[in-house]
Design a protein around this ligand. Structure first.
Ligand code: PEP
Ligand code: MN
Length: 349
């Protein structure tokens, strides 16, 4: 249930509504809004509570009361009709506005040279955010386990050199503070998308969250995962479609392009596409990247490596610098078709 206050409702009227909401056993969640305050009621609306709709609707300062049918409340467009724009870093990068945001970089940080070179490539081609894993879930415990905090420090060095904000994965609730000290945006990987303790922990962080869809997760459950983050007070969540499991084994996963407009219809949160993990094949990254943007995505996350053949993870799906630059140019040509643009650097190139 949401209570939409009148424009110009007084503080006393809002306070009275809030205390009535609490007295009825709900947790109020306030969305200040530009024009009017919206109060979402979190908790079960059982049959006994339906009559509260009339009680709230008749309180001073209340414009109307709306029942929300979606199980996800805070991530629902019914509660938040305007699209959300999520700022990343303090240099003006924002996801969800008219400018497409491309995050790019290697799957994992391997060395100082590798990440500095990747960052320079990403920046020169017009990427807005540098990606790189320092803590990563590897399928095998015998594979390269990534550099941990030393990798985060290298990412911070790459940010200082290029000005690009950085996104890095966090896997453990106890490492949220550590990763937040270095990264501008925290990534929740596909394997942890339903790790509720981790979702709660990043919900208490002040960093924006990149939430990747689990390969076996339905869209509604994906939004319930976002709900965990929002319910802890962090409104800045970006959803990422990164491929789901299907019977098809010609590609690593199947990119659910449908998910882009479906998520946009159901939620106000920005949506990006990861064509690298969705396909597992560098040669398919460009067409699926273009398809994602054509379907309405707000941006992309793409794996780029200076030397993919020798990458320590996900080399097969990583673009070489030249291919990444070529993709950015094609994207710049596609963007106006969907009423978007890329940063000036790419348009000029
Ligand atoms: C990654 O971004 O490198 C990654 C491991 O992605 P996912 O969690 O989507 O598999
Ligand atoms: Mn990867």
């Amino acid at each position: 249930m949401v209570i939409i206050m009148k424009m110009g409702a007084t503080e006393a009227e809002k306070a009275a509504v809030l205390s009535r909401v609490e007295a009825a056993g709900f947790r109020p969640f306030i969305n200040p809004g530009v024009e009017r305050t919206v109060i979402a009621l979190l908790g079960e609306v059982d049959i006994d509570k339906v009559e509260l709709v009339d009680i709230f609707a008749n309180m001073a300062g209340v414009e109307r009361v709306q029942l929300i049918s979606d199980p996800f409340k805070l991530s629902s467009r019914q509660v938040h009709p305007e699209p959300m724009v999520v700022p990343v870093g303090d240099g003006g990068v924002a996801i969800g506005g008219s400018t497409l945001v491309v995050m790019a970089g290697p799957c994992s940080v391997e060395s100082r040279e590798q990440i500095l070179e990747s960052a320079a490539v990403v920046r020169a081609a017009g990427g807005a955010i540098l990606r790189g894993g320092a803590f990563k879930p590897r399928t095998s415990p015998h594979s390269f386990q990534c550099l941990g905090e030393a990798g985060l420090a290298l990412l911070a060095e790459a940010r200082a050199a290029t000005g690009l904000p950085i996104v890095a994965e966090v896997m453990d609730p106890h490492e949220v503070d550590l990763v937040s000290q270095y990264a501008d945006m925290l990534q929740i990987g596909a394997r942890n998308q339903q790790n509720f303790a981790l979702l709660r922990a990043v919900g208490r962080s002040s960093r924006p969250i990149l939430l990747k869809r689990g390969p076996g997760t339905k869209i509604k459950d994906f939004l319930m995962a976002a709900e965990y983050v929002l319910a802890e007070g962090n409104p800045n969540v970006v959803l990422c479609e990164r491929g789901i499991i299907s019977f098809e084994d010609a590609t690593r996963y199947t990119c659910d392009i449908n998910a882009v407009p479906v998520l946009k219809r159901l939620s106000h949160l920005p949506v990006i596409v990861d064509p690298s993990h969705a396909t597992g094949d560098w040669a398919l990254v460009e067409p699926i990247a273009l398809a994602g943007i054509a379907a309405g995505a707000d941006g992309l996350i793409i794996e780029v490596h200076p030397d993919p053949q020798h990458a320590r993870s996900d080399g097969k799906q990583s673009l070489k610098p030249k291919r990444f630059a070529a993709l950015m140019e094609r994207l710049a040509r596609l963007a106006p078709v969907v009423d978007r643009q890329l940063p000036l650097a790419v348009r000029a190139g």
